[in-house]
Design a protein around this ligand. Structure first.
Ligand code: E4P
Length: 217
């Protein structure tokens, strides 16, 4: 299973990439708007650090605008993936860009029917938002289960990129269901490391070692 980080922060991406467990990055307009500097230069720098798929989202809402912005984003770097929203124009743009060999991530997916449309339009990635469904008292992971089953039935090659992951359990559940990728904020990757028994165990190993050295000395 691949792990992506969902952020526009170059500092956070550098520190997570250094761990050797990062496969890609997702951004969205809200995340990039928080970062200083030119968004194209920032995305270029992110591609250089991660050397894996980096999603940059269009902000146009019409087909022609999405195509223009999609071309612009794809030109930034070979690792760039164009993110389009799951609207009629977005699906049309997905089909057109994918036909040109540009990888597309269809975002803001909240139903299995939408995921089916994205696969049919040749999306490289579909981004179902589990956290935002949980927020409205709908089980986000059930959507992942449905998409995994549907894509499996027809051998669609679109990768299931579980988005809006809010805690490590979302990532573990996505992995258990066989989703291809989970994307989450840097803080959630931090949380994945944590277990009190690891800290307690390490402290005891080191104390025992020091005690034995003192006796031998
Ligand atoms: C994914 O591509 C989105 O950027 C992201 O996962 C949205 O997460 P949120 O619902 O926590 O904002």
């Amino acid at each position: 299973m691949k792990l992506f980080v969902d952020t526009g922060s170059i500092k956070d991406i550098e520190s997570i990439a250094a761990l050797g467990i990062l496969d890609g990055v997702t951004t969205n307009p809200s995340l990039l708007a928080k970062e200083p500097g030119d968004f194209r230069q920032n995305l270029k720098r992110i591609c250089e650090i991660v050397k894996g798929p980096v999603s940059g989202e269009v902000t146009a809402t019409d087909f022609a605008g999405m195509l223009q912005q999609g071309h612009d984003i794809a030109k930034i770097d070979a690792h760039m993936v164009v993110k389009v929203p799951l609207t009629r124009d977005g699906i049309r743009a997905c089909k057109a860009l994918s036909g040109e060999g540009i990888r597309v991530n269809v975002t803001l997916c909240f139903s299995a029917a939408q995921a089916l449309l994205a696969a049919k339009a040749g999306a490289s990635f579909i981004s179902p938002f589990v956290g935002r469904l949980d927020d409205i008292a709908t089980n986000g992971m059930e959507l992942i289960r449905e998409i995994v089953a549907i894509y499996g039935n027809y051998e669609f090659t679109t990768e299931i990129l579980v988005a809006s992951c809010r805690h490590p359990i979302h990532i573990v559940e996505a992995a258990k269901l066989g989703a291809d990728i989970a994307t989450c904020p840097p803080a959630v990757i931090e949380q994945m490391f944590n277990h009190p028994l690891t800290n307690i165990g390490l402290e005891k190993f080191l104390k025992d070692w020091e005690k034995a050295q003192a006796v031998k000395a």
